[in-house]
Design a protein around this ligand. Structure first.
Ligand SMILES: [Zn+2]
Length: 414
């Protein structure tokens, strides 16, 4: 029965190629950002692909495309799989897409083989998973988990457009998106197939990653206030240089990341300073940085360490700082029972697997509040992702889709 559910690898790859045609052709790589025209057009294609697979898709109140394959029970909690089809700017063709299209392929194979599940199977293309200018990633999965909040709708993009208005222009009702989250009784379990987006599987030669936990992410904005002055006449000892304090903070962030015991990373993503002239000492700087780990206690310690070290370094220069934590998201462990179903199915299919952490955020983290959750990773060539070079071999995608089907089948059993 399990072998019969092997995907039609050529058909699956063909669908990935078709979906990748929807992108902003004016930019390098694949840009299909949430609410963009290419995204709108691609969702029509996804909806048609789900309909053709017999999934009777609907757009739910949160803007997710939800396909349903009825199970024998015709009611009660559903098995859920899915991912997202939006991209970062100039991203790749596989991030998210693999999980949605593999879910559709699983549904096709179930129908083609006459395999009826006990539970309904939902295949979901979650709205807007990637980080965006509104600062709200995972919009659709947040909404179903009931953690999309009214204040999120007021967040604005670079043009001052509020998220709520952007949703309206996209044909969605923002208040409805807030109003009808799923209940735990709706979800029997969730499993998401995704590309690894890192190098661990390729380096270790494993076909499959079984995700242990999704990293927590803490993002901070540090504002440095110093004193401007003449770059030629102000002695070095008399300076309160905001940019130099910010530069030292960049090194602090990196040093703290390098000290992480398990999986921890720390990144300074953006820096601004002013007044911004060659001959003038800077009096203000802003630094955006983040730390991530699957180890919550390390994360909490690293938060303190970063702030303490930045503050003492700035104090020594006579620079004032203000620290604002923009997000504070704890790690989300996957559910042991789902990991067990994945590893049993992988052993059954003869697929070498390895337990791996996820440094990236995923819709699965929000689904975990509704029921048992697990994730399957397939290798990323050279660990590249969120760039045009992002690549996962067709054979690896097919193995992942096969394992997704086998895992869902095991989760379906009473
Ligand atoms: Zn993704």
């Amino acid at each position: 029965m399990i072998d019969a559910l092997a995907p039609d690898a050529g058909r699956l790859q063909g669908q990935i190629d078709e979906l990748s045609a929807f992108h902003d052709s004016g930019r390098p790589g694949w840009s299909r950002e949430v609410f963009s025209e290419p995204y709108r057009a691609s969702r029509e294609w996804v909806r048609a692909a789900m309909a053709e697979a017999g999934l009777n898709p609907v757009i739910d109140d949160a803007g997710n495309i939800v396909g349903r394959l009825p199970g024998r029970r015709r009611s009660g909690p559903a098995l859920v799989t899915g991912s997202h089809t939006d991209t970062v700017p100039s991203g790749g063709r596989f991030d998210g897409v693999v999980g949605v299209l593999a879910g559709i392929e699983v549904a096709r194979r179930l129908r083609e083989t006459g395999t009826e599940l006990e539970h309904d199977l939902l295949v979901v293309d979650f709205l807007g998973e990637e980080a965006n200018e509104f600062g709200i990633s995972c919009m659709g999965s947040r909404a179903v988990a009931g953690v999309l909040r009214p204040e999120h709708l007021d967040r604005t993009d670079g043009d001052g457009l509020a998220l709520g208005t952007a949703m309206e222009r996209f044909g969605l009702d923002p208040s409805a998106a807030l109003g009808r989250p799923w209940r735990a009784s709706d979800v029997h379990g969730y499993v998401e197939l995704h590309i690894e987006q890192g190098p661990l599987l390729e380096r270790s030669g494993h076909d499959i990653g079984v995700v242990t936990a999704i990293a927590g992410i803490d993002r901070l904005l540090v504002t440095f206030a110093g004193r401007s002055g003449h770059a030629g006449t102000t002695p070095m000892a008399d300076r309160h240089d905001a940019l130099v304090s910010a530069a030292a903070a960049v090194l602090t962030v990196e040093r703290v990341g390098c000290g992480a015991p398990v999986h921890g990373v720390a990144t300074s993503g953006h820096i601004q300073s002013g007044p911004g002239s060659m001959g003038v000492i800077t009096d203000q700087a802003r630094l955006w940085a983040e730390i991530r780990s699957v180890d919550g206690s390390w994360l909490h310690g690293a938060r303190r360490q970063i702030v303490d070290e930045i503050a003492s370094e700035a104090r020594a220069r006579g620079v004032d700082i203000d620290v604002e934590w923009l997000t504070d998201q704890d790690p989300v462990p996957t559910t042991e029972a789902v990991r067990d179903r994945i590893t049993e199915a992988a052993d059954d299919l003869g697929l070498p697997w390895k337990a791996v952490p996820s440094g990236a955020g995923h819709d699965a983290a929000h689904l975990a509040t509704l029921g048992p959750m697990g994730m399957i990773f397939v290798p990323s060539v050279a660990g590249r992702s969120h760039c045009p070079e992002e690549l996962t071999a067709p054979a690896d995608i097919a193995r992942g889709a096969h394992l997704l089907a086998a895992t869902l089948l095991r989760m379906d059993s009473p």
